[in-house]
Design a protein around this ligand. Structure first.
Ligand code: ARG
Length: 459
């Protein structure tokens, strides 16, 4: 036999490279707090079921608490030879408290243990991410409120389309994040199910009380099927899918901020503290934070595909393949958390350049649809009105003038239905105010939407 916790049936020790190759402690040690919490609950349940004595239970709980302290003070002797976080802690427990430590693993396997640890860890991380999404949403609402009536050109095909308010644009990002919040909340329900008791795969012969352990750990329920409980990582994949969507939203947002901060758009100013300079070009102020968030979206999308691929051919029940679930999952959480934090800090500090945005909206014939709608109110069929306005725009392009800058005679040259009152609809404010319905860009609607949004996120 060898010195391993599982060494009984082995006659030679592990190849040195294989030991390093199969070990996970370098990365799974970050689960230590949840591993210890799971073990304390397991020991508590075992004592109540009469499998451990109360004295053994107390020794185990005190020993684990002391180990947690050791880890947090950087004094824990982590060992690759002990493979993973679970066996490192278990071996240390026996070092510290003796024989009782060897009883902790009664009625348990690393298979249900690791699945439980990841779920406990991910549940906590999801709660932190949800709070960070809310903080970013609040920042967006504040910015939207400040700029509820600020005109900017709205785009389709990145060509000037119709005027919108900057506040309305920010509320679009709010809505995307609201769905992201819902997806993560929903995923959390499926994360919060307890594998413990499944043991290696089939359950255990001890008189365990899974409902009690689940209650101790704050799980909604024990998993129904032991084979499923130890083998599937769909909860992690689902989380990564939701995370990939949050990142995709932040990436689109980033793309706009990068464009808007350019000299060519000049719509916004990002605070210096969120930008960096160039080592050669003295004039540069680069929007690094949005660029990095856009870039980091790639690795999160990659982790999602990585985990799907990890799972796709695994037979029931647990396979060592699943040890590969952790690094992509951890990196997804870290990347998402950092990106949300940077955005939640940065968004309230975005400075809007209202004059440049107004000028861009004016230059792009953004009220052309309003002129067509005006002609429809004067009795023209929409298709004919479209044609008339198209000709007027062509004239504006050729003569370098916006529709609102053409005199009445010129406009009437395109349609006799045009009257003096046309100028009210050709202005940017007139166009905005006209879109006065739920979900529209009229400043009053934007303010009403902000009030509703505040109610929705405070529920
Ligand atoms: N380190 C392992 C993992 O991350 C723990 C479970 C190992 N179980 C086993 N039977 N080898 O999945």
């Amino acid at each position: 036999s060898t010195s391993k916790l599982w060494g009984g049936r082995f006659s030679e020790s592990t190849d040195a490279f294989v030991q390093a190759f199969t070990a996970s402690v370098e990365f799974d040690r970050r689960l230590y707090r949840h591993d210890i919490a799971g073990s304390i609950a397991h020991a508590t349940m075992l004592a109540r079921a009469g499998v451990l004595t109360e004295a053994e239970r107390d020794l185990i709980i005190e020993g684990l608490a002391a180990i947690r302290e050791e880890i947090e003070h950087g004094e824990f002797p982590w060992s690759t030879a002990l493979e993973d976080v679970h066996m490192n802690i278990e071996a240390r427990l026996t070092d510290r408290i003796g024989a009782a430590g060897k009883k902790l693993h009664t009625g348990r396997s690393r298979n249900d243990q690791v699945a439980t640890d990841i779920r406990l860890w991910l549940r906590e991380e999801i709660d932190a991410l949800l709070a960070e999404i809310r903080r970013l949403q609040e920042g967006l609402l504040g910015l939207a409120e400040r700029e509820a009536a600020t005109v900017m050109p709205g785009f389709t095909h990145l060509q000037t389309a119709q005027p919108v308010t900057f506040g309305h644009h920010m509320l679009a990002w709010f809505e995307m994040l609201e769905r992201d919040h819902g997806r993560l909340t929903d995923a959390r329900r499926r994360v919060n199910v307890m594998p413990l008791g499944a043991a290696a795969l089939a359950g255990t012969s001890y008189p365990i009380d899974r409902a009690y352990t689940a209650e101790l750990l704050g799980f909604d329920a024990p998993a129904e099927n032991s084979l499923d409980a130890v083998s599937d990582r769909d909860f992690a994949i689902e989380f990564c899918a939701a995370a990939a969507l949050v990142m995709t939203h932040l990436s689109r947002f980033s793309e706009e901020l990068v464009l808007w901060a350019s000299a060519q758009f000049d719509f916004i100013d990002l605070p210096d503290r969120f930008c960096t300079g160039s080592s050669i070009m003295p004039q540069k102020k680069n929007p690094d934070v949005p660029e990095l968030v856009r870039g980091k979206t790639g690795r999160v999308n990659g982790h999602l595909v990585g985990l799907l691929t990890l799972m796709k051919s695994q037979p029931l029940a647990y396979n060592k393949d699943n040890q590969e679930d952790k690094e992509p999952l951890f990196d997804t959480v870290d990347t998402l958390k950092g990106s949300l934090r940077a955005y939640a800090d940065m968004v309230p500090a975005i400075r809007v350049k209202a004059g440049a945005m107004r000028e861009a909206a004016r230059r792009g014939f953004s009220t052309a649809t309003d002129l067509a709608d005006y002609l429809v109110r004067r009795g023209l069929p929409f298709r004919d009105a479209h044609e008339v306005v198209g000709k007027a725009v062509a004239h504006g392009v050729a003569s370098g003038r916006d529709l609102a800058e053409m005199d009445l005679d010129t406009l009437r040259g395109f349609s006799a239905a045009i009257g003096e009152d046309v100028y009210a609809v050709l202005t940017l404010e007139g166009s905005l105010a006209a879109r006065d319905h739920l979900g529209g860009t009229a400043p009053d609607q934007v303010r009403a939407a902000i009030a509703r949004a505040r109610g929705r996120i405070s529920r």
